[in-house]
Design a protein around this ligand. Structure first.
Ligand SMILES: [Zn+2]
Length: 271
């Protein structure tokens, strides 16, 4: 009997113990779920676009379609519109397409015209950068028009661009002269040299062109820019071998990728 009683007591005791630890597990579970819900909510706040969409969907479900979305924003405690702007377009890149109109730039013995090649490369770079999603690209010209150096610089400044990239070809009496070179303003203190270095380095890693390095030289389009500014001379149209490369669509694509990747590296570093 005693033995039985003891056994029963023991069982009862251990039952009690089990329910206590069960409670503890449940409490821990609730805490954990609560913690992750909170983390998730914080994450959603960071994803401003997501939460805005959720609110809109919710508002439309409650108030019907056409609910005034602007009111949703106004009623929020935090500034969704500003966060959206930042998320949408983080960087503004100004691509200055060399020459144009009656200013044809260099003309190769083979008949290639610099202004057209500048346009072709610039278009490829613009498309590549625009595909990033967080970069807004502005070009100095999208048609064959004349533009002065100051018009280009002023436009870039007015557009509040983060960087200014001028795209050119070059030529030399010495038809053996070859290679790509990236210029930045002499005595620049705004990271123009850093931008030039990164872009130059990237180009020569993508295409087979002689590396003439980054070099300080104050072209007119690099004079009064309010942001880091560079001018790329993609190659020598006076060199028949280089002309062949520069007019080849596959080569142009790789060249544009090299320029774009250099720009992206710079924007990454700048944050
Ligand atoms: Zn030029």
């Amino acid at each position: 009997m005693t033995r039985k009683k003891k056994k029963g007591k023991h069982i009862k005791k251990s039952n009690k113990r089990i329910s206590k630890s069960k409670l503890l597990i449940v409490a821990l579970g609730v805490l954990l779920v609560g913690f992750f819900l909170f983390k998730g909510f914080k994450f959603t706040i960071n994803g401003a676009v997501e939460i805005k969409e959720n609110i809109t969907v919710l508002a439309e479900a409650v108030f019907g379609p056409g609910y005034d979305k602007s009111n949703v924003n106004k009623e929020k405690q935090f500034d969704l519109e500003d966060e959206n702007k930042d998320k949408k377009k983080k960087h503004v890149v100004y691509i200055d397409v060399g020459h144009g109109g009656s200013d044809v730039g260099y003309k190769s013995p083979g008949g290639a015209t610099e202004k057209d090649l500048d346009m072709q490369i610039s278009k490829l770079v613009s498309n590549r950068l625009s595909s990033q999603g967080d970069i807004s690209v502005i070009v100095s010209r999208s048609t064959d028009v004349n533009l002065s150096h100051s018009e280009r610089v002023e436009d870039g400044n007015k557009q509040n661009a983060d960087i200014f990239v001028s795209i050119h070809m070059t030529a030399n009496e010495d038809t053996a002269a070859e290679g790509v070179q990236t210029f930045y303003r002499v005595n620049s203190t705004d990271a123009s040299d850093e931008l030039a270095t990164l872009v130059q380095k990237s180009i020569v890693s993508y295409v087979d062109l002689k590396d003439r390095g980054p070099k300080p030289f104050t072209f007119d389009v690099l004079k009064d820019n309010a942001m880091p500014a560079i001018l790329i001379e993609c190659g020598f149209l006076s060199n028949p071998t280089e002309e062949k490369k520069l007019t080849n669509p596959d080569f142009q694509k790789d060249l544009a990728e090299g320029i774009s990747q250099g720009i992206l590296s710079f924007l990454d570093v700048q944050g």
